[in-house]
Ligand binder design. Structure first.
Ligand SMILES: Cc1cc2nc3c(=O)[nH]c(=O)nc-3n(C[C@H](O)[C@H](O)[C@H](O)COP(=O)(O)O)c2cc1C
Length: 370
């Protein structure tokens, strides 16, 4: 008897555990390692340009012949016409950029040169700013490449669903509220990821434990639970809440294959369960990350960060300078509240194996409570 659910047949996988799309962290190597070990690997492609995306998909196909997926963001705010540079919707960034320059100076960082910006997302060929055209170009690649699974990490993939499904692509959407679950269910997604407040990255105000059963009750499609699932007990608990499996991020960050810097993997190991914070200072949307001087500086200055997609332009020089200096107090990265349970960097296949094995063990012992 092994861990199983409806999503195993739906995706053609062995165990109902999905690697979360995590920007540059979810590399082809990480996605392939998870797929090869029986789960579903998802490539994180949020800020990857169309040419970079073609390469990521080819690399993943070289590393695995199992199903895999691609995750991008489709934020409604940035998809509205007029949000891009020169389209009239651009706010005056000057005072914000001055704040960034002062931060760089106060922190004793070296102002970044163009090559430092590349280190934010190596080989990803992404734009400086999210625009409607950028998202449309990404989606054309995803459709052309006939990927097995597509996940919308933010927003509703409705405009592309018919073309994706005609290719046989299974479509997922990540949501943080019941109202959004209902919306993407109506759009025809195959699977909904209910991502709660505990999660790393863009974030819901509702805790995972409360969110998952309410989403399960609201929709007729399988639901994956996300947020704070760090070991097999979390996977088992998610399934007891009615989820068909887990979408796991932070637990796969401290792996050899994850595309984050070694100093960021060390920051995960050094963090306790209380060392994350939610801030809009990086992307303009509330996101959970390890506490750092950049988010503290915004809180202290009491300045409201700009909305997505503009805040990333303001943050980029500080983040690039932080990476260049390998400063974990400047850019330790996104992480969930489960970070406190991470003790070491391991191969992803080992992390997946333990998630499955420990979930099976606690599910088998569940009847002892009756
Ligand atoms: C480093 C990092 C980057 C992330 N980037 C993305 C992303 O690009 N797209 C997305 O849909 N979600 C992103 N997320 C959220 C994850 O997909 C997932 O929902 C979350 O990690 C689950 O919570 P957990 O970290 O507690 O497992 C990111 C999370 C982390 C930790």
């Amino acid at each position: 008897m092994s861990l199983n659910s409806v999503i195993c047949d739906l995706f053609g996988i062995e165990v109902p555990i999905v690697l979360a799309g995590m920007g540059e962290a979810s590399t082809p190597a990480l996605a392939a390692a998870v797929s090869n070990a029986g789960g579903l690997g998802i490539i994180g492609a949020a800020a990857t340009g169309p040419n970079g995306l073609v390469k990521l998909i080819a690399e993943t196909r070289r590393l695995t012949d199992r199903p895999f997926g691609v995750d991008t963001l489709l934020p409604a705010s940035a998809r509205r016409r007029g949000a891009g540079p020169g389209q009239g919707g651009m706010p005056d960034l000057t005072p914000y950029q001055r704040f960034t320059s002062e931060f760089i100076e106060k922190q004793g960082l070296t102002p970044p040169v163009p090559r430092d910006f590349k280190a934010l997302a190596p080989d990803r060929d992404g734009p400086m700013i999210f625009t409607k055209e950028f998202f449309e170009a990404q989606m054309e690649v995803i459709i052309e490449q006939k990927v097995p699974v597509y996940a919308a990490g933010l927003g509703d993939p409705a405009p592309w669903i018919d073309r994706l499904r005609a290719n046989g692509t299974r479509v997922m959407a990540v949501i943080g509220k019941v109202v959004h679950a209902n919306r993407v269910a109506q759009s025809g997604v195959d699977v909904i990821v209910a991502q709660g407040h505990d999660a790393g990255g863009h974030n819901s105000p509702i805790g995972t434990m409360a969110l998952v059963p309410q989403v399960v009750d609201a929709v007729d499609v399988p639901v994956l639970a996300a947020g704070g699932i760090i070991d097999g007990r979390g996977v088992a608990a998610a399934m007891m809440l009615g989820a068909a499996g887990a979408w796991v991020g932070t637990a796969f960050l401290a792996t050899e294959e994850a595309g984050i810097y070694d100093f960021q993997k060390q920051a995960l190991i050094d963090s306790s369960e209380a060392d994350t914070t939610i801030s809009r200072a990086l992307t303009g949307k509330p996101a959970r990350m390890i506490k750092n001087r950049w988010t503290e500086a915004w809180e202290e200055a009491e300045i409201e960060p700009l909305p997505m997609p503009f805040q990333s332009i303001v943050a980029a020089p500080a983040m690039a300078a932080g990476i260049r200096a390998r400063r974990a107090d400047i850019l330790p990265g996104f992480a969930g509240q489960g970070a406190g349970a991470i003790r070491e960097v391991r191969p992803a296949a080992e992390v997946l194996r333990d998630l499955v094995h420990d979930a099976e063990a606690v599910l088998k012992s569940a009847s002892t409570f009756i």
